[in-house]
Design a protein around this ligand. Structure first.
Ligand SMILES: C[S@@+](CC[C@H](N)C(=O)[O-])C[C@H]1O[C@@H](n2cnc3c(N)ncnc32)[C@H](O)[C@@H]1O
Length: 325
């Protein structure tokens, strides 16, 4: 399973951003204001390119601004994963906005280009460009910008709370998948009880001692995960899915049970790939300095390189740079 597949799977589920739980208001709070401020400096019909757009949260914000202020922006948004934000969107009222954006699926930041290089007014990246090969990507971005065009990025940063949460989620995934092997425990129990067509048949199966032992082993493993990582999204993932299936779907065929256990396992493994990807993408203070050098080497003039804060909370690291005229 590669990282692009893991992201494609995530975006298919329709999440608006990759931080639905940590930063639910992300693009309305400080982050939103930062990007609106960038958009408000642009002229009518300006061309915007959003890098590593996911389900297009930032592109959507620009599209909404453009519509409200009659700016007629031309918005492009790229991602190396297979994305289809308009199709996966769960809010029908957003459909016209989504259809005003040009999404480019399976497109990498390092190589993406327009027929006319040097035509973009604003290149944006919200937790995006740091996932790519930065030196190649910033040099490509610089060549796509118009003279006086602006590049802005907010990147993952090791001193943020989000990074701490990621490290905890990574440990929780490792415990659940490798040490506790929760998937095997679920699968063993469900295989043992097999196809069940009534509640009375289920009761009989549950009374069998070997089934009770399997169920107890599963429950005590889930409790270990709960005690060790009570606030992790990984714990919530296992607890919520198991509770929901076990409380209402045990009267089902063996195949349905196998499908549940296999999709729970795939979901957990994909989640771990994404968390590892995010941890690898996170900038340390040393990497920030390397990025600053790469920005200068690409020919852009760095105007800001600082922590990005929401109140007291560190959200990430922010870079702003312009192409000289
Ligand atoms: C944290 S998510 C994106 C978040 C998105 N910008 C948002 O604000 O919701 C990181 C994204 O980077 C994409 N990505 C990783 N490497 C890439 C590359 N080389 N070129 C383009 N996209 C890339 C992944 O597919 C993933 O969708």
């Amino acid at each position: 399973m590669n990282t692009a597949d893991a992201w494609s799977d995530f975006w298919k589920q329709g999440f608006p951003t990759s931080f639905a739980s940590d930063l639910p208001e992300s693009y309305q709070g400080e982050i939103g204001s930062f990007w609106i401020e960038a958009a408000s400096k642009l002229n009518k019909k300006a061309k915007i390119l959003d890098l590593a757009t996911g389900n297009g949260a930032l592109a959507l914000l620009f599209a909404r601004f453009s519509q409200k202020k009659h700016m007629d922006f031309e918005i492009h948004a790229i991602d190396s994963a297979a994305i289809s934000p308009a199709e996966n969107n769960k809010t029908p009222s957003l459909t016209p906005l989504y259809s005003s954006i040009n999404f480019h699926s399976n497109s990498s930041i390092e190589d993406f280009g327009f027929d006319t290089p040097g035509s973009i007014d604003l290149i944006s990246s919200q937790f995006g460009i740091e996932y790519s090969d930065f030196t190649r990507s910033i040099s490509n971005a610089a060549s796509q910008l118009k003279p006086d065009g602006e590049f802005r990025a907010i990147c993952h940063y090791t001193e943020s709370e989000t990074f701490e949460n990621c490290i905890e989620d990574q440990s929780a995934y490792n415990l659940a998948i490798d040490t506790l092997q929760i998937h095997d425990l679920i699968s063993n129990f469900l295989k043992s009880i097999g196809s069940i067509d009534s509640l009375s048949a289920l009761e009989k199966e549950i009374l069998i001692v070997s089934n009770q032992e399997k169920l107890n082993a599963l429950m005590s493993s889930i409790n270990v995960l709960r005690e060790k990582y009570p606030n992790s999204a990984v714990t919530a993932y296992f607890v919520n899915n198991v509770n929901s299936f076990f409380s209402s779907r045990l009267v089902s065929t063996a195949q349905e049970k196998a499908n549940f256990s296999s999709s729970l396992d795939t979901g957990a493994r994909m989640g771990r790939v994404r968390i590892n990807d995010q941890i690898n993408a996170t900038l340390s203070p040393e990497l920030v300095q390397r990025y600053e050098r790469a920005i200068s080497d690409s020919g852009l003039t760095l105007s800001n390189s600082s922590k990005f804060l929401d109140g007291e909370k560190i959200i990430g690291w922010c870079f702003c740079a312009n192409k000289p005229t």
